[in-house]
Design a protein around this ligand. Structure first.
Ligand code: DGJ
Length: 731
């Protein structure tokens, strides 16, 4: 058991060999936070809330205690309007328009295992002994509203997950205006804030800033997640590095609008809240109904950012992703998007397939443009039937011919969208997300389908299953290419602000239906590249297209940032043409290969136009990748040199679980005259093993490689160079 209740102190201690998380019941009512961090055997200071009479801090027990105030109490699930003036975790509105709720502790329940969150993506356990779950029930006596705070601690991971359920046991309709999933109050503010902001083509750039007074908001108001912020934040100590020091990470398992609010209060306490963004959210809870929030992952590391990444990579690989591909080696693919865009026909795809086969590629992906009359991006989304003009022999025939060559076959869909110029829109103009009577904004000339509506979901599932039943599909790329605007639904007549969350629940239902019905298909999610790369989507689809920016140098930052949270096996990375289509940069085939093979390797260029020497290089890359992809996709990943620290270099490496094998990459971005010698210290090896390093005469001890490092010059001369070294333990 990992959850202990101390009756005398009224304290709860969640504990495993890595972490402790402690809170207690103050004044018989309030759930007060005590500690989160490295494991403590016995925590005795619970309930030691510092009693100080603070001016202007209200007291809920006026006659008895001016020393107690919610204004300063470290809380587990704070509300507003009752004396805590910081950001709140929830807001409930009653029929008379008031929003005051006074939740008080009622009881607790401990069980082994982890309950499923119905209709929502979440981490899971396979056996009950993998985790324990504590549920704390609070009640508002006045309204009879209840809230259940759920905490799951994994037995052998430094990870706790939190979510919240609201129950209306009263007689009146309650409007939930805000329902966040977790709050942690820290008693100091000596932290730096880590986040992963970005934009299209520049996703998940690592940013680290000192934490200052005020409220810091990282969020999405775009209907779903976006390129702009990741539903993630972490507090680190100023001295924390990649490999040492404390990290407190928060990651939200949700693909809709989210908010992460980090507030430093007047007493230098820090509050970290996370959950569904209240901006476009409210929920009508009728008597007898309940509302479940999605889950937040809380991860603690005392071994720096890398420690956090490895815990998350393992959790997401083992207990978030599912299905037959979960731990399978991922195929090397060719995608025709940057090779042809919309301008393809059967011949072009088959020629691409022939060349792909020759080079060792395993999967051909037919991207956007195979359906309706889609020859540009103004038309046909929603019409998931063959573009006969483009593929007169049919998709089945094309798929069969590709498969006859010994290749796998996959196609692209964008099933949450509808073009104005489509049969679907002409038949159902009110099936898109919109506010009736208001102008609808287009994005990439398309609207978002209203997945909050059952009939819309059923229509799309029916259309997709028709295609998927008829084709011998091995892979599906699921795209989403705009942000939502004018969020509302023609079918929702009670509370329009439920639309965005209902859309997400609808999407999750569709994804569950399709991934269950087609267990053998490998699904890859995408949103203009990595616009919806989040753990919610990962629950249904084990791969994501990392970014539409395929330039190898840009990708160093994007893949480095992405690796902070996401396992390498989830990260699509393609070699593309030069000059690069997004940034016009020229780089060598070797560099492009060395960057792309640090993820799920693919190619996205016209292979038929490659020179003989380029083909030879590609063939070598693929052969090497196939030999080592288990190490890359499922090994331990270590970041060594950050592209965010300088414009000169990046380095990372992969180490097998048994530490017998490792793969090291070094990328020289800009070269310098008379450059100082370059020595990189490796990480994660066995100090007692001796490794044969490719290109070095003598085997070198793991301890030497990690403490003294590897000299890299003089070979690296020039911009955009890379070095890849395989290490094998020889004793
Ligand atoms: C955006 C994706 O990220 C691209 O890879 C491609 O599939 C296009 N959409 C197609 O429209």
């Amino acid at each position: 058991m990992t959850i202990f209740y101390d009756e005398q102190q009224k304290s709860f201690h969640l504990q495993n060999e890595h972490i402790s998380y402690v809170f207690c019941i103050e004044e018989d009512h309030y759930v007060a936070h005590s500690y989160w961090g490295k494991k403590i055997n016995r925590y005795v200071q619970t309930g030691d809330y510092p009693r100080i009479d603070r001016s202007f801090s209200p007291n809920p027990h006026p006659m008895t205690d001016r020393l107690f105030s919610l204004d300063t109490l470290l809380q587990e699930f704070p509300g507003g309007g009752t004396g805590d003036f910081r950001e709140s975790a929830f807001e409930l509105e009653y029929e008379d328009g008031t929003t005051v709720t006074q939740f008080k502790y009622k009881n607790y329940h401990i069980r082994s295992g982890k309950p499923v969150l119905n209709g929502l993506p979440a981490t899971y356990v396979k056996e009950d002994n993998e985790a324990d779950t504590l549920e704390i029930t609070l009640e508002d006596a006045h309204s009879k509203m209840e809230v259940k705070l759920s905490y799951t601690i994994f037995s052998d991971r430094p990870i706790i997950t939190r979510s919240v359920k609201f129950l209306n046991n009263g007689q009146q309709l309650v409007k939930i205006n805000k329902a966040l999933s977790s709050n942690v109050d820290f008693d100091d503010s000596n932290y730096e804030l880590i986040q992963l902001p970005g934009s299209w083509g520049r996703e998940r750039h690592l940013k680290r800033d000192p934490l200052t007074r005020g409220v810091h908001v990282l969020d999405s108001k775009r209907g779903t997640g976006s390129h702009v912020y990741q539903p993630f934040s972490a507090l680190v100590r100023p001295e924390t590095t990649e490999h040492t020091g404390e990290v407190f990470g928060f990651h939200f398992i949700y693909s809709g609008e989210f908010t992460a609010r980090i507030e430093v209060d007047p007493f230098d306490q820090t509050r970290v809240l996370m959950g569904i963004n209240p901006e476009h959210f409210s929920w009508n809870l009728n008597p007898g109904e309940e509302f479940q929030t999605p889950e937040v992952v809380l991860v603690y590391s005392e071994t720096g950012l890398n420690g956090m990444s490895q815990s998350l990579h393992k959790l997401y690989r083992e207990r978030l992703t599912r299905g037959v591909h979960q731990l399978e080696e991922r195929p090397v693919l060719v995608n025709n998007w940057e090779a042809t865009y919309f301008d393809f026909n059967e011949e072009k795809i088959l020629n691409l397939a022939d060349e792909a086969k020759e080079l060792g590629i395993e999967l051909v992906v037919l991207d956007d443009g195979w359906f309706g009359k889609r020859n540009d991006d103004f038309t046909s989304l929603g019409d998931w039937f063959l573009n006969e003009e483009k593929l007169p022999k049919g998709l089945g025939q094309l798929a069969d011919e590709v498969k006859a060559k010994g290749l796998k076959f996959g196609i692209w869909f964008e099933p949450e969208m509808i073009s104005e110029d489509s049969e679907l829109y002409r038949a159902h103009p009110d099936w898109c997300v919109h506010v009736q009577g208001r102008t609808k904004s287009l994005g990439r000339s398309q609207y978002v389908l209203d997945y909050s509506r059952k009939e819309v979901r059923e229509n799309i599932v029916e259309q997709l299953t028709k295609v998927m039943d008829e084709l011998p599909l091995d892979y599906v790329k699921w795209d989403y290419n705009r942000n939502m605007t004018e969020i509302g639904s023609a079918a929702l007549n009670v509370n329009q602000k439920e639309t965005a969350h209902r859309f997400m629940l609808g999407l999750y239902e569709v994804l569950e239906t399709l991934t269950t019905r087609y267990p053998k298909i490998l699904f890859e999610s995408c949103s203009g590249g990595g616009g919806r790369y989040d753990p919610g989507m990962l629950y249904y689809m084990p791969q994501t297209w990392t970014s539409d920016n395929t330039d190898a140098i840009s990708r160093l930052k994007i893949q480095y940032g992405t690796s902070l949270l996401f396992p390498i096996s989830s990260m699509g990375a393609h070699v593309s043409d030069i000059p690069n289509h997004q940034v016009n940069r020229n780089t060598s085939m070797k560099l492009r290969g060395d960057v792309a093979m640090s993820g799920n390797l693919g190619y996205e260029l016209d292979l038929t136009t490659l020179s003989d020497s380029e083909k030879a290089e590609v063939k070598k890359q693929i052969q090497f990748y196939k030999e080592h992809r288990r190490l890359i996709q499922y090994g331990d990943f270590y970041r060594l040199l950050s592209p965010f620290d300088s414009n000169e270099e990046t380095s990372w490496m992969f180490v097998s679980e048994d530490k017998q094998e490792a793969l090291f990459f070094y990328y020289q971005i800009l070269s310098e005259a008379h450059a100082p010698s370059k020595r990189v210290k490796l990480v994660g090896l066995d100090p007692n093993k001796v490794y044969q390093v490719e290109g070095f005469d003598q085997p070198i001890g793991g301890d030497e490689l990690m403490n003294s490092g590897l000299y890299l010059n003089p070979e690296l001369v020039g911009d955009f160079e890379s070095r890849r070294l395989l290490l094998k333990a020889v004793r």
